[in-house]
Design a binder for this molecule. Structure first.
Ligand code: HEM
Length: 459
């Protein structure tokens, strides 16, 4: 049954290493238990085996595309319940992956961001209007999530969820979250006794959420088809109208629904987490905030309502470093799985077979003192200055994944996050609650929990 790896003490029959794990914080509890286990270790959860990679050196080895490829971890297999063979959850050899990747790639180039730029700015303005009309502190993660959800839905399929004009989120959003959670809960049952019965119960309870989500998206697709001539060049338009340049193939309607769900899920919490961590660290470090303010004021000028142009966005070098450093400590998509293409022996001497997979634990890889030094746990954006980045070990920083299956939305996320950060910092002085200590919730992504900021207009 494959290679054995080191595991924490206290393994029990049947349940394996489950005792000592925190089901609400699987990532953080695994990080706490990893001490002394070395660069690769395992946890048994009932009869399911999880293998984790924690060193930069081994992560770099697994990034070698000639030897390894993306694997679907149990969490991603569970997500297929919801997102089918969408880009994120497709198996490498599924034809829909290659087709969708080829069709959608052009919509994610830097040049395509030019079209999304005004949409991103408009969504940000709506958030600021809602802030200006409100009183009291803002819940940073919740508001960044409203913003990134609105941005991705408007850019991807020109649909406005009206997130800023409603007191409650659009009913699609809780339905989507419930359907997602149901898939995850089913996935986590896999290895447990009595799981078939529990899975049926979850399905039954989730049916109306899933039906609501499916109907809303199918209506949007049908409506767009009916519009015919009035083509839009958003992602939905590309998926509906563009045949593959070589094969002439198009995506079918079910796959298009899965792709939309994929973009909604993959495209919003990750970016909102990145923004939230950046705001957390800046608001807690006056010296770093001063540097960020200096950059923002220099580029945007004296008007607190100035909006960055498309060309200005890449000029916010310091904001980019702040985001990079936040994603180093708290990579919001915290792990991805790799499998060997053929049976292979790792540099550690362990053997992996094609049916085996290992999760690259990004928060551990990104804090490996061999690469990041003894102060690896400290937030220091200047690590990403050109001087200090030069010569850094390849593949030691992978917040957007690796290889052919790495993040298609990287440019999109960075463009959006820099633009939003620039406007927030130009517009507001941010005051955190001095008593707040960083707590991190784990859903599919990482997010600061209960983090609030007081805003006052900045002149
Ligand atoms: C893939 C992270 C934003 C869409 C990935 C992967 C990571 C990642 C780690 C690889 C997963 C794996 O190997 O299993 C992030 C982070 C983001 C972000 C940290 C923000 C800071 C976005 C956005 C979009 C997006 C904005 C869409 C607009 C996707 C898709 C894939 C993907 C479709 C699958 C690509 C494929 O396999 O072909 N992302 N992502 N992501 N991401 Fe992102």
């Amino acid at each position: 049954s494959g290679q054995h790896f080191p595991h924490p003490p206290g393994r029990r029959p049947v349940v394996g290493d489950v005792l000592g794990a925190d089901p609400a914080q699987p990532l953080q509890s695994t990080m706490r238990r990893a001490g002394g286990l070395g660069p690769i270790f395992e946890l048994h959860v009932f009869d399911q085996k999880f293998v984790f990679v924690s060193s930069a050196e081994l992560a770099a080895e697994l990034a070698d595309e000639s030897r390894f490829q993306k694997a679907l971890s149990p969490a991603l297999v569970a997500l297929r319940e919801f997102a089918g063979a969408g880009l994120f959850t497709a198996y490498n050899d599924e034809t829909d992956w290659a087709l969708a990747h080829d069709l959608l790639r052009p919509a994610f180039t830097r040049d395509s961001m030019r079209g999304y730029h005004p949409i991103m700015l408009a969504a940000a303005q709506e958030l600021f209007d809602s802030w200006d009309a409100g009183t009291g502190p803002v819940d940073v993660a919740a508001d960044m999530t409203r913003l990134t959800m609105e941005t991705i839905s408007r850019t991807a399929f020109s649909h406005d969820f009206g997130s800023f004009s409603r007191a409650e989120p659009h009913p699609f959003i809780p339905a989507m979250i419930a359907a997602l959670r149901a898939g995850q809960r089913k996935g986590s049952l896999n290895a447990m006794p009595g799981s078939a019965l529990m899975a049926r119960r979850i399905d039954k309870r989730n049916a109306h959420h899933q039906a609501y989500v499916d109907r809303l998206l199918d209506d949007i697709i049908a409506e767009r088809r009916a519009e015919g001539a009035a083509k839009k060049d958003d992602l939905l338009g590309i998926m509906l109208d563009t045949p593959h340049p070589q094969t002439g193939e198009k995506l079918d309607d079910l796959n298009i629904r899965h792709q939309i769900l994929t973009f909604l899920v993959a495209g919003h919490e990750t970016t909102s987490g990145a923004l939230s961590f950046a705001l957390y660290y800046l608001s807690r470090n006056p010296a770093l905030m001063a540097t960020a303010h200096e950059e923002v004021d220099r580029i945007l000028g004296p008007d607190r309502d100035a909006e960055p142009t498309f060309e200005q966005v890449p000029k916010f070098r310091y904001l980019r470093r702040v985001l990079d450093e936040g994603l180093r400590l708290w990579p919001t998509a915290p792990a991805f799985a790799r499998s060997p293409r053929a049976t292979t022996t790792l540099s550690t001497g362990h053997v992996m077979r094609p049916q085996d997979w290992a999760l690259v634990m990004l928060p551990m890889v990104h804090r490996d003192p061999a690469v990041w030094g003894p102060d690896a746990d400290e937030f220091d954006p200047d690590r990403f200055s050109p001087e200090r980045s030069r010569g850094r070990v390849a593949h030691s920083y992978k917040p957007f994944g690796t290889g052919e299956r790495s993040c298609i939305g990287r440019q999109f996320a960075l463009h959006e996050a820099i633009l939003v950060l620039a406007r927030v910092l130009r517009r507001y002085d941010l005051t955190p609650d001095p008593g707040y200590e960083l707590r991190i919730t784990e859903r599919l992504t990482l997010m600061p929990e209960g983090f609030e900021l007081w805003l006052s207009p900045r002149r």
